[in-house]
Design a protein around this ligand. Structure first.
Ligand code: GLA
Length: 400
């Protein structure tokens, strides 16, 4: 009797939890997504050209791996409920596209929605979760962005658990990217369900604006950054806070793009480019492929950085790295140049989350500038620099 009882208990315990594939997204996922630049204007030819450009531009070698087709790839469901792609935009079918992307050594991602329809009005996965997961596995999908439009009366934890379990049951390892915009605080409950979760509404390519659409608004880079401040304890290997995809190359100034990229690295954000990589400027290319910056984002400790100080629109953000190194990012939020004279001697940076203290009185750290790619002395002397408006000084401190 006891045996039967504990057997029942075990089954109940197993079925109450969602299941995730092991070892995926041990560092924040990197890739490219169609939405920020192209919206609903997606097609197989464009996506194939993007895959080619990701390889030829060196972005693949820099770490960008997933090519994700966002909303509007969908056609209709057939009489059995199976989803098909838009026949005009994807005449060869999704499997052929995934095969092409895999042949380039890249991985393939797709988009759906927990509700009846996607945000773009295409068929959502509600009621078709297991069916969709099977089709995605057949097509060779490696990443699923799962949105939250048209989900009236659905419980977020339940809905994301259903699709997570469906993907697991289909058997092909897939990174589940949860796009619930942070409304129900997924960081508190989703670490066993998804690999990354949006913490904000949609990003907009401006530094600090709000674009009001009536019942929702899009936010500039700094506003999305602000939302990450109290969430660092929820991030780590296999489960990341997602302040939304990159807008580098989509219209901001080069210094704003540089600041955006640096700050996303500091907060260990997923690095999903969102520009037209087929025709980007040299400056955009150089930002997106800065390997020293990417190494900070991808640091194997997987610790999300934090804002250490904030005085008069000058902020210092800090991220602990492996081998007792640290990444520091001075951010000038204002429009006007700031003169920096930072005397390390009196500074003590206490990371209470991981119980690590960075102090400069006992020993000195070497300073390496991530954007100029040069060594800049040590913390024995104050850091003296001019910091233009909407720009950053992004440095790595190390003991050797
Ligand atoms: C929502 C998401 C966006 C994008 C669109 C597609 O707004 O937050 O990232 O996927 O839907 O319609």
């Amino acid at each position: 009797m006891k045996k039967i009882f504990s057997g029942i208990l075990l089954i109940i315990t197993i079925s109450a939890y969602s299941q995730k594939f092991d070892r995926l997204a041990q560092t924040p996922p990197m890739g490219w997504n169609s939405w920020n630049k192209f919206g609903c204007d997606v097609s197989e030819n464009m996506i194939k050209e993007i895959a080619d450009a990701l390889v030829s531009s060196g972005m693949k070698d820099a770490g960008y791996e997933y090519i994700i087709v966002d909303d509007c790839w969908h056609g209709k469901r057939d009489s059995l409920g199976f989803i098909h792609p838009d026949p005009t935009r994807f005449p060869s079918g999704i499997k052929a596209l995934a095969d092409y992307i895999h042949s380039k050594g890249l991985k393939f991602g797709i988009y759906s929605d927990a509700g009846s329809q996607t945000c773009g009005g295409r068929p959502g996965s509600r009621g078709h979760e297991y069916q969709d997961a099977i089709i995605y596995a057949k097509w060779g999908v490696d990443y699923l962005k799962y949105d939250w439009c048209n989900t009236d009366n659905i419980n977020p934890k339940g809905a994301y658990t259903t699709i997570s379990n469906a993907l697991f049951a289909a058997g092909r390892p897939v990174i589940l990217s949860m796009c619930e915009w942070g409304t129900s605080k997924p960081w508190e409950w989703a670490a066993d369900i998804g690999y990354l979760w949006r913490t904000t509404g949609d990003i907009y390519p401006c530094f600090d604006c709000v674009v009001n659409h009536g019942n929702y608004s899009d936010w500039g880079v700094l506003r999305n950054l602000n939302k990450q401040k109290d969430l660092r304890q929820y991030a780590g290997p296999g489960h990341w806070n997602d302040p939304d995809m990159l807008e580098v190359g989509n219209g901001m100034n080069v210094n704003e793009d540089r600041a955006h990229f640096s700050l996303w690295c500091i907060v260990a954000a997923p690095m999903i480019a969102g520009n037209d990589v087929r025709q980007m400027s040299q400056q955009t290319h150089d930002i997106l492929t800065n390997r020293e910056a990417i190494a900070i984002d991808q640091d194997s400790l997987g610790i999300q950085g934090f804002q250490f100080s904030n005085t008069d629109s000058l902020e210092l953000w800090v991220k602990p790295l492996k081998n007792d190194a640290w990444a520091l990012c001075f951010l000038n939020r204002s429009n006007t140049l700031k003169k920096i004279n930072y005397n390390w001697k009196n500074i003590v940076i206490n990371d209470s989350l991981i119980h690590k203290v960075l102090r400069f009185d006992a020993g000195k750290y070497k300073i390496h500038n991530i954007w100029t790619k040069t060594d800049q002395g040590s913390t024995a002397k104050p850091l003296v620099a001019d910091l233009p408006g909407h720009d950053v000084i992004f440095i790595r401190l190390s003991l050797n």
